[in-house]
Design a protein around this ligand. Structure first.
Ligand code: ARG
Length: 457
């Protein structure tokens, strides 16, 4: 079959070879962006006197028809025409005749594909930003209901100090806030136009790159035509921001998995976000959280894969760069899906407040309170630590908790102890009193939530 670029070729490639080189099976995802870029290009060619009004009108009319069909998913692509650009060019010339072939004046597939990817990511990152904000909203909503729900805070996955459950949820809010900033930073560099860079060197035609950039809604243009067609750093940045965010989501997923186990029983997932076992009737598995934890791997994979594809490439375009797409599409799909699932999963989960509080009362996470108590009365903290350590050991030997020890016991270990130690040992008080900036005290957590709500507005 004669290729659109077939002029200097005598033999035609075999079908299976074409198949290997084709990207249409996946780059058809860019159909609307490609049409949008072409319309802007045609309008610019007319404005600059490179196409006549009639020619441009015919071409843009044809592109509009293709767009309507594309939106209805009525276009049929073929790997005979390699990629989305050649497929659409073929369709256009079939529709409007040979004048369709003038569209490619002063343009190359190299600046064309780069333009498509910038347009695509610009839209996708905006959608992702909205999804992050939505999930943050869910977190804040849940947190508001649980300012006074206390739970064990952990280090080394060992109970450490009691905290507010809202505080724990809000930690993720702030991680996501920084994730949003990273995506916004990437967006600044996604928002520039490579169109008009040509194959690599620019063009002899009197084009207006600023004009196409403006028509496409870009904030500016690449200053160097080689750079414009050969870098994919804007995609890498997107994938890096995505990897970081997936790492955060994966940690929360891990906690949700732990919390919904019988060992913890802190939360119960809604049936919608859990599945059963085909053999064990009692099971309710946190599949969605596990999947998000698992899918984090493919997002990291996409990042490393693209970094590796680019690392040895001489300027400018190389076919290797066609490998930039599948990972990017996959990351977009994974990130959006994970955020949507998370919003629903957290929104609908039941929090077992009693179980959480019970587990703080039945452990030694109030030991720091006792040491702080002695330190506040003037005992050097190291000594206070030693005194309390001995009391904990005493409890472990007797099979009780600090609040169960009779007062005489306390008095015997330090004369600084007064009857009010039982107040200090109450884990609820331990939380309430931690009102240093950013601490877990109810007042501080409430202030934090209010700040978060302002940010979401
Ligand atoms: N399908 C190609 C890609 O995605 C489009 C650019 C092709 N350019 C070329 N000179 N072969 O990379």
């Amino acid at each position: 079959m004669k290729k659109l670029w077939g002029g200097r070729f005598t033999a035609s490639a075999e079908e299976w070879v074409d198949e290997f080189g084709a990207s249409i099976s996946f780059d058809q995802e860019l159909v609307l962006e490609d049409l949008q870029g072409s319309m802007a290009h045609a309008a610019m060619l007319e404005k600059c006197g490179i196409l006549t009004k009639d020619e441009a009108g015919t071409i843009i009319g044809g592109l509009k028809q293709l767009k309507e069909k594309a939106e209805k998913k009525e276009l049929e692509f073929s790997s005979k025409y390699e990629d989305i650009h050649l497929n659409l060019e073929k369709m256009l010339t079939e529709l409007v005749g040979p004048v369709g072939g003038k569209l490619h004046t002063a343009r190359s597939r190299n600046d064309q594909v780069a333009t498509d990817m910038h347009l695509y990511l610009k839209e996708q990152v905006s959608e992702i930003l909205a999804l992050i904000a939505e999930f943050q909203q869910t977190l804040v909503g849940k947190a508001e209901q649980h300012v006074e729900t206390i739970m064990p805070g952990y280090t080394h996955l060992q109970r450490a100090q009691p905290i507010s459950f809202a505080h724990h949820l809000m930690a993720y809010f702030w991680m996501l806030e920084r994730d949003k900033q990273r995506f916004k930073g990437a967006l600044e560099r996604i928002n520039i136009s490579p169109l008009g860079a040509g194959a690599l060197a620019g063009t002899t035609f009197p084009i207006d790159r600023e004009y196409t950039a403006e028509l496409l809604g870009f904030g500016g243009i690449y200053e160097n035509s080689l750079d414009a067609v050969s870098d994919r750093d804007f995609i890498i940045e997107f994938m890096s921001a995505s990897s970081m965010m997936m790492m955060h989501l994966s940690r929360l997923a891990e906690e949700i998995i732990l919390w919904s186990s019988q060992e913890f029983r802190f939360i119960e997932l809604d049936d919608t976000f859990a599945t059963g076992s085909s053999i064990m009737p009692q099971k309710k598995n946190p599949d969605m959280a596990e999947l998000i934890r698992g899918k984090t791997g493919r997002v990291y994979g996409g990042l490393v894969s693209l970094l590796t594809v680019l690392k040895g490439l001489p300027l400018a375009y190389n076919k290797d760069m066609q490998e930039d797409k599948e990972g990017m599409f996959d990351t977009v799909k994974t990130v959006k899906g994970s955020l949507k699932i998370f919003s629903g999963m957290v929104e609908t989960m039941t929090v077992n407040e009693q179980v959480m509080e019970e587990s703080v009362r039945k452990d030694f996470s109030n030991a720091t309170e006792l040491a702080d108590y002695l330190a506040a009365k003037g005992l050097p903290f190291r000594e206070a630590h030693e005194v309390v350590g001995k009391l904990v050991l005493d409890c472990i030997n007797r099979g009780c908790y600090l609040a169960d020890l009779p007062f005489e016991e306390y008095k015997a270990s330090s004369s600084l102890f007064e009857e009010d130690i039982y107040e200090a040992l109450n884990p609820r008080n331990a939380v309430i009193r931690r009102n240093s900036a950013g601490g877990t005290g109810f007042a501080e957590v409430t202030a934090q939530i209010n700040k978060a709500k302002k940010l979401l507005k």
